[in-house]
Design a protein around this ligand. Structure first.
Ligand code: HAM
Length: 423
């Protein structure tokens, strides 16, 4: 037997309904906020992610699925969607059509991480990006949208952490102060953080190793270094969130693992999930579009981890919806009835009903058992004697009640039944 890849689980038929439900709610809410779907390929030129996400980041250094294609070109399975979306934004001049472009993408992402609970090598994101406006109002609306989505999914006990990591005008001074502080405590840092110290020092702030966390706890904080425009921007975002009654905690250690961020960064955390507790994260990235060869274009966005949303719903034990019985099962007693049944099922499907018949030669008893197992609301039984009389039997699978109706009226009858019973 050839097995699937560790960290890249199959989503089996009994689970796919939950995913569909999650994505239907996402699409509905995103539509209400004016977002349009974009679908970009699952792979891109490696250079896009190296430039976009940044060379010193864990993603680019350790986690990308990179391969050479048959033409000798280096390609990478997307580890996230923002760089891909901004590549498409620039390539198709999407900014020419509208000053604020709102995009979303739902799909799989790929990172070669150590698989553990809540962390996969192929996982799924709902990625949302608002491109074109520098103002704090967009930050507030984007965070409010994410908050709305989590609420619409029924998530409880989620905390919003917010930070500003400054911009190219003020962050260098903070970085310098931080490096000086961390250098003096080098011996307390883990081997990974030794490397971070030179490549991406601010990432030390969210290292999980206890001795590094101790160093981080005493480190200089970014708020003292923010320039006035960054400070004002952050204050405006916070006050708009307060106005919307969206509770948030300022977490000055929230630097995020991708290099493109400027100013606002945020994460929604579910402490019930254990160590992989970020259900969504994002921030502003005012320099990325330009970095990718486009015009200077401010932007902000976030991505939600779908696996972590489903795990959160499971952890809070949202009662599973009671099974619904829908549609019609057409059962046959005797092979002569099969062509009529096949025709009837196709007609019912065209009329919008879920419908099925037996394709495997089961007995009538076996067919009724199957209809129950597959949760059909009604069954229509076609026997050769009945057919000869132009009759069929309609059975209510919940009450067990059954009655004869003229075959010619079956379709009209079933499509007229109250939607609650059919749906
Ligand atoms: P990220 O924080 O790397 O941000 O990922 C966003 C979310 O994806 C995480 O909060 C988590 O829920 C989920 N996630 C990430 N890695 C894994 C994994 N290995 N297994 C399961 N779930 C995972 C980004 O990807 C940015 N592109 C977000 C963004 C959009 N920033 C601006 N726009």
């Amino acid at each position: 037997m050839i097995k699937g890849i560790r960290g890249a689980p199959d989503i089996l038929p009994e689970e796919s309904g939950k995913w569909q439900a999650l994505e239907i709610v996402a699409r509905d809410v995103l539509d209400r906020y004016g977002y349009s779907e974009i679908r970009t390929p699952a792979f891109e030129r490696t250079e896009l992610f190296v430039r976009g996400i940044g060379e010193g980041t864990d993603i680019v250094e350790k986690e990308m699925y990179t391969f050479e294609d048959r033409g000798g070109e280096s390609l990478t399975l997307r580890p996230e969607a923002t760089a891909s979306l901004m590549r498409a934004y620039v390539e198709h001049s999407l900014g020419a059509k509208s000053s604020l472009v709102k995009l979303y993408l739902i799909g799989p992402m790929f990172r070669h991480e150590r698989p553990q609970s809540g962390r996969f090598r192929q996982f799924h994101q709902v990625d949302v990006e608002a491109v074109g406006s520098p103002g704090p109002a967009v930050d507030a609306e984007v965070v409010a949208l994410l908050h709305h989505l989590l609420e619409a999914w029924g998530l409880r006990g989620i905390q919003l952490h917010l930070n500003s990591i400054g911009d190219p005008a003020c962050r260098p001074a903070y970085r310098q102060a931080f490096v000086a502080y961390a250098e003096a405590r080098r011996s307390a840092l883990c081997p990974d953080c030794h490397v971070r110290l030179t490549k991406n020092p601010l990432r030390i702030l969210d290292c999980k190793v206890p001795s590094c966390q101790q160093v981080a706890a005493g480190a200089p904080t970014i708020s003292a270094y923010l320039c006035e425009p960054c400070r004002d921007h952050f204050a405006a975002v916070r006050s708009m969130l307060d106005g919307l009654k969206i509770e948030h905690a300022v977490n000055e250690r929230l630097v995020r693992g991708l290099d493109y961020y400027t100013r606002t960064t945020f994460e929604f955390l579910n402490t019930a999930l254990g160590s992989q507790n970020a259900v969504a994260g994002g921030g502003r990235y005012d320099g990325l579009v330009e970095e990718l060869g486009g015009p200077p274009t401010p932007a902000i966005g976030f991505a939600i981890g779908e696996e972590r949303i489903l795990a959160s719903l499971e952890a809070q034990q949202t009662p599973p919806e009671s099974p619904t019985y829908t549609g019609v099962y057409v059962a046959t007693a005797g092979a002569e009835a099969f062509p009529t049944a096949l025709d009837l099922v196709q007609t019912l499907r065209r009329r919008g009903l879920r419908a099925a018949l037996d394709l495997e030669g089961r007995s009538l008893k076996g067919q009724m058992r199957q209809a129950n197992k597959d949760r059909y609301r009604y069954s229509v039984i076609l026997g050769s004697d009945e057919l000869a009389r132009g009759q069929a039997t309609l059975k209510d699978m919940l009450s067990g009640e059954q009655r004869a109706i003229p075959l010619s009226e079956v379709v009209e009858h079933l499509t007229r039944l109250p939607e609650r019973e059919q749906a």
